[in-house]
Design a protein around this ligand. Structure first.
Ligand SMILES: [Zn+2]
Length: 137
């Protein structure tokens, strides 16, 4: 019916869509702020996702709808991840003791800046990987 919609879609329009996807992903990254390397990764995801939708859609409105749905899913997913009801109301945190424990162990302890857990670096973070994978379905 609308088989020719792809040729009518300007590259600039696709680029705008990619930017919009990117913006949504950036806003909803689990551990802000996104680092430059995260942005590169998000950009790749956005491009790949747009390309997939572009290939799969049967019309321009289908294309836009698919993307809008995905963006909605990203927002909903992030909300439920970050706000699981009212189960946790600021637990009492022990005041950290930065002076005494940080000497002499520099470079030994793996610490992920993404999920704040030890044992791996951010680039190997399974949580981060999972998040990125979910975004590029
Ligand atoms: Zn991690």
């Amino acid at each position: 019916m609308d088989a020719d919609w792809r040729s009518q879609l300007q590259p600039a329009a696709r680029n705008r869509i990619v930017n919009k996807i990117m913006e949504t992903l950036t806003k909803h990254i689990p551990v802000p702020p996104p680092l430059p390397e995260d942005l590169i990764e998000l950009r790749k995801i956005a491009v790949r996702f747009e390309d997939k939708m572009y290939a799969a859609a049967s019309s321009q409105s289908d294309y836009l709808r698919k993307i809008a749905l995905k963006m909605l899913a990203v927002e909903t997913y992030t909300k439920t991840q970050h706000n699981p009801g009212n189960a946790q109301v600021s637990p009492i945190l022990k005041p950290s003791d930065p002076g005494s424990s940080s000497k002499g162990k520099k470079g030994k302890k793996l610490r992920c800046h993404f999920c704040k857990k030890g044992g791996h670096f951010k680039k190997d973070c399974p949580k981060k990987k999972k998040w990125f994978e979910e975004k590029c379905i």
